[in-house]
Every structure is written in structure tokens, then in C-alpha cells.
Design a protein around this ligand. Structure first.
Ligand SMILES: Nc1ncnc2c1ncn2[C@@H]1O[C@H](COP(=O)(O)OP(=O)(O)O)[C@@H](O)[C@H]1O
Ligand SMILES: [Mg+2]
Length: 338
């Protein structure tokens, strides 16, 4: 197990800068998730950490040791990818054993590590099967098993669940969380899926255009986003963020250009109540909750999430409250004002 420390890391692909002055500390045993839209640099940062990509400047330390120029094999990391490519002609046991053989681990030690990994991943009964005789989830577990038997100081995952169907993803998510607890290992996990980030992470790192926007616990990121970008990226449906105009009874900071409120925090009143009037332009009933689309006089539409029993009808005229303690304010550049 180990800490990870990244300082002033910059990375270019030709003339295109992919990472800008990235600083990050990962504590020993933490489960850290890199999240952000496609192309924001998540994989590049993970690969730079692993030594699979060279860096242009900055330092990477793992377990306190500077590995900025070390070969991938000398960094004590192991990585699980989205496309995990098991050897089809080898059994599960042979797939897990292969890397250890190459690295000269003694046969008895290999067997011991495989049996332990198989036990943790519930693959014991499948060790003699070929990948084609396994389900998608079992194959992904074998790929994780290959990682475990290397005894890495840090586990790296790059969107490992993206190829699985929705139900299996949820199941594997729970299994990975359990695995993290059991191994007490430092894990860094890349995903574009904010639900995975919220549910799995001890700490979330939000990336945007090659820069770290914010680092925090899932609740910090959700409730106190540092920027309009983070506010709008995390949460579904997204936070309502808009240039304010025509609001009443609202104490705003003078620098506030944008205001924001999460759909579940908006309160619906009779017309004339709250901070602004609206017409319910659409209603989506999801069973446990309803989404109300609220059209304001200036044409803007906000989304409110209300209880599934809520009886507000389409075309109803309502007043919408953005409660002060649930209101987010951002300056012209999108920085949060607190
Ligand atoms: N090998 C490469 N050569 C050139 N550009 C690349 C390469 N890999 C990634 N990029 C670019 O770097 C940026 C970050 O990519 P990446 O780290 O893969 O994003 P993410 O994993 O967040 O989707 C993107 O603009 C991408 O097009
Ligand atoms: Mg990627």
C-alpha cells in the first residue's frame, strides 16, 4: 500500500497540452475517483502515473519515492482497463499466473496468490475454465485477479465497467467497494460516470480540460461545488444554473452572475410564492419521484424534482422557491461565491 503525490505535472501531445500543472495527493488506502467528461485528461493522468505516458514536467512520487522517470514495471502499480483482453486459450488460473511467471515469481508463491485472489473474487470454482466459458462479470473479475496477484502498492482502474450492462455494473461496483475494504489498498479509478464516482469514492477528483477543478469527498463535491462546472457536472438531473433576472426576495452577492439550485432543493408554491413565477411545461413521472419542467417568463426552463405523489399538473401556474441555504452563487468566471 502506498501514498501517491503528484506535483506540477504537465503533459503535451505534440502542441496540444493535455494536463496543466496537476497537483494531487492520494492518502494510503484511499479510493480516489477521477471523473470528468470525455477528453478531459483522466486516462492521460492515470497513464502518466503508471509510466505508460511520458510527462513534460513535474514529479510523481509513489510511497514517497520519486518515480517520475521510472519504467512502468518499476512503479509497483497495476492497471485494469476497460478492454481487459484475457488470453482466450489459457484457463483462468493460467491467465492470472502469466504475469507472475514472466516476473519470476516461484511456483508455490504463484499458486498461493492465485488461490487467495480467486477466493476474494469468488472465482475458485472457475479456475480451470477458459474465458469463453465465463460471464462478462466473471471475466472482468479475472482481469482484476491478474491485478491482485501482482501485489501492487496502488491499483489503477480505467473505466473497467464501461463494457458491462447496467445491472452488472451496479453489481461489480459493489464488489469493487468490498474489494477495496478487504485489501485496504490505495485505488485510483477513472470513470465518466458520476454515479460511480459518488458511490465508490472516498475522494473525487473532478477534471475539466486537463485541469483539476476540485478535489473533495462526494458530499463536498455535491453540496459545495467550487465552480459552475462542478455544480453542473455532478448530479442528475443537473443543477439548475442560470443568469439570474426577474427574481424576487433574493439576497445575492453583488458579484453573483449565475445562481444555481439542485432540482431536489426547489420548492413549489402557489403562484406568487417563492422567488419567481413559472408555468409547468412538462411533467415526467418516474414512480418514486416526478420531474417538473418550469418555464419562466423569460423563456428559461428549470427542473424541479418532487415526490412521486405530487399532484402538480402540466400547465399549472406556480411560484418557485430557491431556498437561501440551498442556493449556489457563481461569479462571471464560474467560481463559487461563499
Ligand atoms: N496518444 C494521444 N495522442 C494525441 N492526443 C491524445 C492521445 N491520447 C489522448 N489524447 C488527447 O488528450 C486529451 C485527453 O485525453 P484522455 O486522457 O484520453 O481523456 P479522457 O480519458 O478523460 O476521456 C484529449 O483531447 C485526447 O484527444
Ligand atoms: Mg479515458
Amino acid at each position: 500500500m502506498a501514498t501517491v503525490q503528484i506535483r506540477k505535472l504537465n503533459k503535451y501531445y505534440g502542441k496540444m497540452q493535455a494536463l496543466f500543472d496537476v497537483d494531487l495527493d492520494v492518502a494510503d488506502g484511499d479510493f480516489v475517483v477521477f471523473v470528468g467528461p470525455s477528453g478531459c485528461g483522466k486516462s492521460t493522468l492515470l497513464r502518466a502515473l503508471a509510466g505508460l505516458e511520458g510527462i513534460d514536467s513535474g514529479t510523481v512520487k509513489i510511497g514517497g519515492k520519486d518515480v517520475s522517470n521510472a519504467e512502468p514495471a518499476d512503479r509497483g502499480l497495476s492497471m485494469v482497463f476497460q478492454s481487459y483482453a484475457l488470453y482466450p486459450h489459457m484457463t483462468v488460473r493460467q491467465n492470472m499466473e502469466f504475469g507472475m511467471k514472466v516476473n519470476g515469481v516461484a511456483p508455490a508463491e504463484r499458486t498461493e496468490r492465485i488461490d487467495e485472489a480467486a477466493r476474494i473474487l469468488q472465482l475458485t470454482d472457475y479456475l480451470d475454465r477458459k474465458p469463453s466459458q465465463l460471464s462478462g462479470g466473471q471475466r472482468q473479475r479475472v482481469a482484476i485477479g491478474r491485478s491482485i496477484v501482482k501485489n501492487p502498492s496502488v491499483f489503477l482502474f480505467d473505466e473497467p465497467l464501461s463494457n458491462l450492462d447496467a445491472k452488472l455494473r451496479v453489481q461489480m461496483r459493489v464488489e469493487l467497494e468490498a474489494l477495496h475494504k478487504q485489501l485496504a489498498a490505495t485505488m485510483i479509478y477513472v470513470t465518466h460516470d458520476q454515479v460511480e464516482a459518488m458511490t465508490m469514492a472516498d475522494r473525487i477528483v473532478v477534471l475539466n480540460g486537463g485541469r483539476i477543478e476540485q478535489v473533495g469527498t462526494p458530499m463536498e463535491i455535491y453540496h459545495t461545488p467550487d465552480s459552475k462546472f462542478v455544480a453542473e457536472f455532478m448530479g442528475s438531473p443537473a443543477m439548475n444554473v442560470f443568469r439570474h433576472s426577474g427574481m424576487r426576495d433574493m439576497a445575492l452577492r453583488p458579484e453573483a452572475t449565475y445562481i444555481g439550485c439542485r432540482p431536489e432543493h426547489m420548492v413549489i408554491h402557489p403562484k406568487g410564492g417563492g422567488n419567481v413565477d413559472a408555468v409547468v411545461s412538462n411533467k415526467e413521472q418516474l414512480g418514486g419521484e416526478n420531474l417538473l419542467y418550469l418555464k419562466l417568463a423569460d423563456g428559461l426552463t428549470l427542473v424541479a424534482r418532487v415526490d412521486g405523489d405530487d399532484q402538480t399538473a402540466v400547465n399549472a401556474e406556480v411560484g418557485v422557491e430557491l431556498p437561501p441555504n440551498r442556493l449556489h452563487q457563481f461569479d462571471q468566471t464560474g467560481r463559487a461565491l461563499r
